[in-house]
Every structure is written in structure tokens, then in C-alpha cells.
Design a protein around this ligand. Structure first.
Ligand code: GUN
Ligand code: ZN
Length: 428
């Protein structure tokens, strides 16, 4: 079955920082996106392709909008949805005072399902079609999340948190129970429909060496699953890791010693990385999730995008809800732009839209599956609306280039500017 969409069309083919700008994307002012059985069949100029279609094929025309691949959120906590915007603390106190008590409720499967339903609805309204998601320590939290994501036919990655020290008793597993529960969840969910599993040690301070080693063992036994954790987010956190793991050569090395670095490993934040750590992330083809809204909200610091770019580390964007304050990748880019300004660096509109789509797909080792419109990719796409708000409408009247349009979309845009979200070619 063919589905055909017409409109202004943009997707990325490569990182604009690595190739000539004009080779990094395909932009078609009046384009056609042809989808067959939920997968991209072809993109091209509407004029040329319309003639090739049978007369009875419906063409849905999105005028005054921009068709792009769905956004990819490479780091987010669904159980923290209802504690977003909790006042006044930096990371360690914020975890202790707000996060841990809140996550306790996710031992209840039905509670998890209710929150997952709301969370996924918010993501889709914001134009995010794939995310790498933290559950809580409870296996029920992952059952709840995957149950709802499966009903919605989404490509989602999630995992049960591992934490066996420096946390409340009610949120603690053990190295063995964490391993057993994760293994059972991998068997139940990994590669079921479009769902994939991530082994999810919370962060070094809450994991014993035995637990981290078990996580490494599980990753070695299941090389197609992900590894998802936090890294070098906050200065007090880093000092604590150095105290807890005196034999390690820095924060990343704690994970490295347990064999947790891989093509499918994603480390959230990395705000305070040493060059040697960037080098190691690059060698192992690991990825970092850049979470500007969270890094500003918790006062964690200004992520050094140029540093990781220099070492050719894979990078995606993360909302990091509930430390982040928005589901919208457009708003996340807005905050990212400002963090780079504060460093004296420029985040170009092409680079930021790349990060939100193909960059995220590469970070998740899903290039060719999501993130752009190459033939055979899953047709998860969105339509951005240049005129959804009076201010953007006015500003767009003075806009001449694609670069300017993308910049305005990301500086003034949010979920209001996502006119439609499509999953496997179907509008949701
Ligand atoms: N480090 C360990 N746990 C968390 C969390 O839940 N959120 C953030 N932002 N950082 C963390
Ligand atoms: Zn996080």
C-alpha cells in the first residue's frame, strides 16, 4: 500500500560539520515522500514523481509546512514526567529530595502505564518519534512502558535501572537481581516489534563494582542491546565518583573497567569530559547525549560540543525530562544554542537539526532505520508549521534562506509548531 505526502521536505544525509554543507542534506521546496508498507520508498521533486503514480493514489498535501524525519530524544526519564520543574537543587540533592521518592511509585504496573501513556502522547505532540528512555529500578516500570509503546507501534528503547548502593532501600536491587531482571526483560521485549532494550546502570555512585561488572557481562552476552547511563554531569558527582572508585583513572574509566563502552552505549551529559575520555568514547564508537535544558536547569554546566566534535564522538540531543524542562526538541535546540553562545561557540541551524534527527539515529546505531528518508527507512516523520503562532508567522515574513527558516523554527518553535506526527506513514 502506497502513502504519498507532498510538501517542503528536508532531511540529512551526513553531519554538516564533517562534509560540505550542501552535501549534508537534501532539501526540496515542493517534494514528494512516497511510503510503501510503512517504509520510505522514494523522495524527490513532486513534479517529476507525480507522473509516475497511479491515478487512484491519494496525495496528502501539507502546504506551508516543512516535512522532516521525526525527532530523536537520546536521553529521557519517563518516570520523572510528573516531577518536572522541581525547585532549587543541583543534581545530587535533586535526586535525593525529589527524584528517588517519586520513582518509588513505579513498582505499580498500572501507575507506570498511566504515566507512559501521558509521556508518549507528549513526545508525539512534540514531534519526537523515538527515544532512549530510563525506567525505574522496578521491572514493572519497563513492562508498563513497552506495553504502551507497543500499542502505539513506536520505535522505543528502554531499560530497568540498576542501583544497589547509595540509594534508599526501597529503590535498591542487588547485582544478581538486577542482572536476572534485566535478562528476563531482554528476553521478553528486545526486538519485539520496534522495541529494544537498554541495560541501564543509573550512574557510577549508585552501582557497586560487582553490579557494573554484571552489567558488562550482560552486554557481552547480548551485543545488540544498548547500554544507557549518566556520565560527568556535575562537579560534586565527579568528585564523589573519584572517592568511591579510587582505583579508576577518572569517571569514564569506571565504566570502561566493567566493559560498558560499545557502539550501542549512550552516556548522558558528559558536561565535564577530559580529552582522554573523548578519545576513549570515540575509539569505542560510544555516544554522548547532549541535554542542554537539563544542564541549565540543574546548573550542571555548558556542554563542550566542539570538544566532542574534535574527537569525532557520536552525539545526540536529549530532553532529560524531568531535569530538563521541555519535551520539545525545538526548545531543546534553543537552549543548546544559548549554551554554545555562553561558551563563545556557534551552534548552526543545520547542525542542530541534524543532531535532532540523523545525529540521534547515528548515536543510537539506527542509521538507515530512522532519522532520514533513505529508501527502506521507517517512515516516522513530522510536519513543522511556520505559521502556528503569530510571532513566528511575522518573523518568517522577513526570512529569505533555509538556514534562517530553520534557525527561527528552533528559536521560536515548540510543540505548537508540530502540525502533524506520522508513525510508519500513518498520522497519529
Ligand atoms: N544521574 C543519576 N540519575 C540521574 C537522573 O535521574 N537525572 C539526571 N539528570 N542525572 C542523573
Ligand atoms: Zn538523566
Amino acid at each position: 500500500m502506497l502513502k504519498v505526502y507532498r510538501g517542503e521536505l528536508l532531511h540529512f544525509l551526513a553531519d554538516p560539520a564533517k562534509v560540505a554543507l550542501q552535501d549534508s542534506y537534501q532539501y526540496i521546496e515542493d517534494g514528494l515522500l512516497i511510503i510503501k508498507d510503512g517504509l520510505v520508498e522514494q523522495v524527490g521533486e513532486a513534479k517529476a514523481l507525480l507522473n509516475t503514480l497511479d491515478n487512484d493514489v491519494d496525495v496528502i498535501h501539507y502546504e506551508n509546512g516543512l516535512i522532516m524525519p521525526g525527532f530523536i530524544d537520546t536521553h529521557v526519564h519517563y518516570p520523572q514526567t510528573e516531577m518536572i520543574a522541581s525547585y532549587g537543587e543541583q543534581l545530587l540533592e535533586w535526586l535525593e529530595n525529589y527524584t528517588f521518592p517519586f520513582e518509588r511509585q513505579f513498582s505499580d504496573l498500572e501507575h507506570g502505564k498511566r504515566v507512559a501513556e501521558f509521556f508518549l502522547t507528549q513526545l508525539l505532540e512534540a514531534g519526537t518519534t523515538t527515544a532512549l528512555v530510563f525506567g525505574t529500578v522496578h521491572k514493572e516500570s519497563v513492562d508498563a512502558f513497552f506495553t504502551i509503546a507497543q500499542q502505539k507501534k513506536l520505535r522505543m528503547i528502554c531499560g530497568k535501572v540498576l542501583m544497589d548502593q547509595n540509594c534508599p532501600d526501597y529503590l535498591s536491587d542487588t547485582a544478581q537481581s538486577g542482572y536476572d531482571d534485566s535478562k528476563a526483560l531482554i528476553e521478553k521485549w528486545h526486538n519485539t516489534d520496534r522495541l529494544q532494550y537498554a541495560i541501564t546502570p543509573r550512574f557510577a555512585p549508585t552501582c557497586s563494582t560487582e553490579q557494573l561488572n554484571k552489567a558488562g557481562q550482560l552486554l557481552a552476552e547480548n551485543p545488540s542491546v544498548y547500554l544507557h547511563t549518566h556520565l560527568s554531569e556535575n562537579k560534586s558527582e565527579i568528585a564523589w565518583v573519584e572517592e568511591l572508585f579510587p582505583d579508576s583513572d577518572g569517571y569514564l574509566d569506571v565504566y570502561d573497567k566493567s566493559n560498558l563502552l560499545s557502539r550501542r552505549s549512550v552516556f548522558a551529559h558528559g558536561v565535564h569530559l577530559h580529552d582522554s575520555e573523548c578519545q576513549r568514547l570515540s575509539e569505542t564508537d560510544s555516544a554522548v547525549a547532549f541535554c542542554p535544558s537539563s544542564n541549565l536547569f540543574l546548573g550542571s554546566g555548558l556542554f563542550n560540543l566542539q570538544q566532542v566534535e574534535k574527537f569525532d564522538v557520536n552525539v545526540g540531543l536529549g530532553s532529560d525530562i524531568g531535569a530538563g524542562t521541555t519535551f520539545s526538541m525545538l526548545s531543546t535546540i534553543n537552549e543548546g544554542y544559548k549554551t554554545q553562545q555562553l561558551r563563545g561557540d556557534k551552534l548552526s541551524p543545520f547542525k542542530s537539526m541534524f543532531l535532532a534527527t540523523l545525529g540521534g539515529a547515528i548515536a543510537l546505531d539506527l542509521e538507515g532505520t530512522i532519522g532520514n528518508f533513505v529508501k527502506g527507512a521507517e517512515a516516522d516523520f513530522i510536519v513543522l508549521d511556520y505559521h502556528a503562532t503569530p510571532l513566528m508567522d511575522r518573523r518568517m515574513q522577513h526570512c529569505k534562506t533555509l538556514s534562517e527558516k530553520l534557525f527561527i523554527l528552533s528559536m521560536l518553535g515548540d510543540e505548537r509548531h508540530v502540525k502533524a506526527t506520522h508513525i510508519m506513514g500513518e498520522r497519529v
